[in-house]
Design a protein around this ligand. Structure first.
Ligand code: GLC
Ligand code: GLC
Length: 811
């Protein structure tokens, strides 16, 4: 069952009922001012940091769901309603929500009055625009009263929902004309305020929530709205809001447009005040002035659309299969960008107060994003490297405002350093910018401890070499990619987090996954060394890689598949010898990606075991059999009920590793089958089961052991976005940036007759046409570039600002 449809021309997902199984959200803003907005206009906005600089309030864990947003109420005689359906939930004659790239348009109609609400954050502005068009579609004149409503958050989102003894006394506002200013704590240490304006004179306002709502009422039936009249209340403490009241008379067929601006302003210390107690509003005036007329809004909106078109035009495919094209060209790229911007901070599953930016996560996000704005990827890589520890290890997280490593979460996730090598290699392959390796970057954010970026990578590589266990495999530390496989934690205390609890100083627990990664990523390190003429390091690194391969073949293979790990006691994890958790997905992916077992059948056997034991109709589950009881020596993974999260859910993040591995062994049909099982566009048809947005990936889909297999959770901010994009574009379509050019090496279903790709690569445009006359999955027999036949499928980096035509014949 579907709740909407894709409008590919407009690059929108159109939701046709407010009764989606969960709020389906979108993101507004690209850089500093960021917003979440649901198909009910729910959600919130913040400036840079979702925890410390939260502008509007949202109630997680509330019933009804999705409480807090940008709400409008129409009072029409005795009736009142909201065009976003929530919060009044009055039946609408027409409802539609169009989530587009950086904007959301929600339209509602009742009693012949139609309200179209366009929400967006203009490029390079610190505000949300709420543009309303109110049309009288009835045959009678209408005298309406419109109320707006946003509720302010008292900036620090965690304090805001915990520290009431202080908060309920601090709230302050100013009201001037049609603008309501929120200035809580501005009198002391803050240099920022927010405001909510409208471009017409108002007939009333409210700034005190409880006055506006009336005692013991909710957003669904505010007293002011019911009465048809604002109270002109002034907030002193309690809960400041901004609500405008505007009377609107409309003849049949007539429409009125209104522009609301929800803005954020910072002032220098010496410019904070106009006079004692009155804030300096200059910057707000300017911002409001910019969007005074609907035409200004139109222009800014077009600008936003252009901005996104330019970004997405860097990779465009035509396969003739809508479900593929719309993911690759629109939604997957969009999600990669959003994920890059927000890391894991704020979604409907991440409260925006919990986590900093993950070291591992952010490095992986770069893989799916680097082609869009390489300069920002470069900056992010250097920021991440600056939190690296001197021994090559890494803080697991860092705080975006300070860019410092997060001590609370600590380090010792022993896969972390390797991701830095991978992201840097991808960056160089995309851009050809080797100069990044010469950048001088601190360790632990301490300029005294700085070294070249190359040195950072070297230490990352040797961090693994210096931390090997009894089988010559990497020690796992706190955990590897699988945060929940905690082999040294032995936690018995429910009040501590598996991520941060004391760990035993384990010198036995080894990770075969890090071993596979080390070989996969290490190869890139060797190539980088060779390119820089650092032959000795290259040779030594190669030596360690060879040894690691041996260790995997000798101790990391379990007969039919790769083992997952050795535990604290030196026992096997992910082995046929185990009663539960016999086979894990991660090592089957990474070891084959690393090329291990390609020549002796081990790789194929591992992948066939994935098919046999882990594949389900909803994707590949992480482990089988699922753990049914808490196993203290395995940690958090066994704390989840079977079928959820790391305990045998479908992790959309690592399914692509298997897709890539299948491409490496040349099985395009299977790679594509796995891709389509979890691709949101394919799951759209079972939206009732899937439950979450059909346009973006989720971290996980409940596995076959769960009560409701196929039900997804944790949408939007997940490494699934980047990895699925890499798997599809670089391995299935096979358009793969390499150090010296663009490699074209597709691995597609045999029935595909071909496809075309337009790819911007290092300042040239590649128009690539792939033909598959013999119905093969893999193999390129002829490549013609600009009319000339080439001797290989590595197309040079022309970097000449021109268009080039590439014809590829598979066979
Ligand atoms: C989450 C984390 C990621 C981790 C994964 C598996 O997605 O963000 O860092 O690798 O779970 O545990
Ligand atoms: C929990 C989650 C895992 C996530 C980790 C870090 O362990 O299960 O997916 O990576 O928390 O937040």
């Amino acid at each position: 069952m579907k709740f909407g449809y894709f409008d590919d021309n407009k690059r929108e997902y159109v939701i046709t009922t407010p009764l989606t199984p969960f709020p389906w959200i979108n993101y507004l803003g690209m850089k500093d001012f960021l917003s979440l907005i649901s198909n009910h206009a729910g959600g919130y906005c913040f400036y840079k940091d979702a925890r410390l600089r939260r502008i509007t309030r949202f109630r997680y864990n509330n019933v009804p769901l999705d409480m807090g947003g940008r709400y409008f109420y129409i009072k029409d005689n005795e009736d009142f309603w909201s065009p976003s359906w929530m919060p009044t939930r009055k039946v609408l004659e027409f409802y539609e929500c169009r989530h587009g790239l950086g904007y959301t348009i929600i339209t509602g109609r009742r009693n012949g009055v139609e309200v179209e609400q366009t929400f967006f954050v203009p490029v390079d502005e610190n505000c949300e625009i709420h543009y309303l068009k109110i049309t009288n579609k009835s045959t009678q004149p209408k005298d309406l009263t419109l109320f707006s409503l946003i509720e302010f958050c008292l900036w620090n989102a965690l304090d805001d929902m915990t520290n009431f003894q202080r908060n309920l006394s601090t709230g302050e506002v100013e009201i001037e004309g049609s603008v309501i200013y929120h200035k809580t704590e501005y009198r002391e240490r803050r240099n920022h305020y927010s405001f909510y304006s409208v471009n017409v004179p108002i007939d009333g306002f409210d700034t005190d929530r409880d006055t506006f709502l009336g005692l013991y009422r909710g957003f669904d039936a505010p007293l002011a709205v019911e009465n048809g009249k604002s109270f002109n209340s002034e907030a002193h403490g309690w809960a400041p809001i901004a609500s405008h009241m505007i009377k609107i008379s409309l003849q049949p067929g007539e429409a009125k447009e209104l522009v609301f601006v929800l803005g954020y302003v910072e002032n220098d210390e010496d410019k904070k005040w106009l006079k004692k107690g009155v804030i300096n509003k200059e910057k707000a005036y300017k911002m409001i002035e910019k969007f005074k007329n609907p035409e200004d809004v139109q222009r800014s909106f077009e600008n936003l659309r252009l901005f996104w078109s330019n970004l997405l035009n860097k990779f465009n495919v035509l396969t003739g299969i809508d479900k593929v094209d719309r993911m690759v060209n629109i939604w997957n790229q969009y999600q990669c960008m959003v994920t890059f911007n927000l890391s894991r901070s704020a979604s409907y599953f991440e409260s925006g107060i919990g986590r900093g930016m993950g070291f591992r996560d952010s490095n992986q996000d770069i893989l799916g994003f680097v082609h869009q704005i390489p300069e920002r990827a470069r900056e992010r890589i250097l920021d991440l490297a600056a939190t690296q520890l001197e021994d090559g290890g890494a803080y697991h997280q860092y705080q975006p405002l300070t860019k410092r490593g997060n001590n609370e979460i600590g380090s010792n996730f022993n896969d972390d350093p390797l991701w830095l090598i991978l992201s840097t290699a991808h960056y160089i392959k995309e851009t050809g910018d080797w100069s990044i390796l010469d950048e001088i970057v601190p360790f632990e954010n301490d300029p005294q401890k700085a070294a070249s970026m190359f040195e950072h990578l070297r230490r990352a590589f040797y961090h693994v070499v210096n931390n090997l266990g009894p089988h010559g495999l990497p020690l796992i530390g706190r955990a590897d990619w699988n945060d929940c496989l905690n082999l040294n934690a032995f936690s018995t205390n429910p009040d501590e987090s598996f991520q941060t609890c004391d760990n035993k100083d384990g010198k036995t627990a080894e990770s075969v996954m890090i071993a596979g990664m080390f070989v996969y990523v290490g190869k890139e390190f060797v190539k980088i060394c060779e390119r820089l003429g650092k032959e000795d390091i290259a040779k030594d690194a190669q030596y360690h890689i060879e040894k690691m391969k041996e260790a995997i073949l000798n101790y990391g293979y379990d007969g039919e598949w790769f083992l997952r790990a050795y535990d604290y006691f030196g026992n096997k994890v992910g082995s046929k010898e185990n009663d539960e958790g016999k086979i894990f997905i991660e090592t089957q992916g990474f070891c084959v990606m690393a090329g291990i077992g390609l020549d002796d059948g081990k790789a194929i056997s591992a992948l066939d075991s994935v098919k046999k034991y882990l594949d389900t109709e909803h994707g590949i589950v992480l482990v089988q059999p699922a753990f049914t009881e808490y196993k203290i020596h395995l940690g958090e993974i066994t704390s989840y009920p079977p079928g959820y999260k790391e305990n045998a859910a479908v992790f959309c993040h690592n399914n692509p590793w298997i897709m890539i591995a299948e491409c490496i062994v040349g099985r395009g049909d299977r790679a594509f089958e796995y891709w389509s099982k979890i691709a949101p566009s394919y799951r759209e048809e079972i939206s009732d089961v899937h439950k979450l947005e059909p346009y973006v990936y989720c971290q996980m889909i409940a596995g076959k052991d769960a009560y409701k297999p196929g039900e997804a959770k944790n949408s939007w901010l997940t490494g699934s976005a980047a990895w699925n994009f890499v798997a599809m574009t670089q391995w299935i379509l096979g358009i793969r940036p390499d150090y010296d050019g663009l490699l074209i090496d597709p691995c597609v279903p045999r029935e595909w007759k071909g496809f075309t790709v337009k790819r911007v690569f290092r300042n040239a445009i590649y128009n690539i046409q792939v033909k598959n006359p013999d119905g093969v999955s893999k193999g390129v027999k002829k490549v013609v570039v600009d009319g000339k036949e080439m001797s290989s499928n590595l197309i040079p980096a022309f970097s000449d600002g021109k268009e080039h035509f590439v014809e590829v014949i598979m066979g």
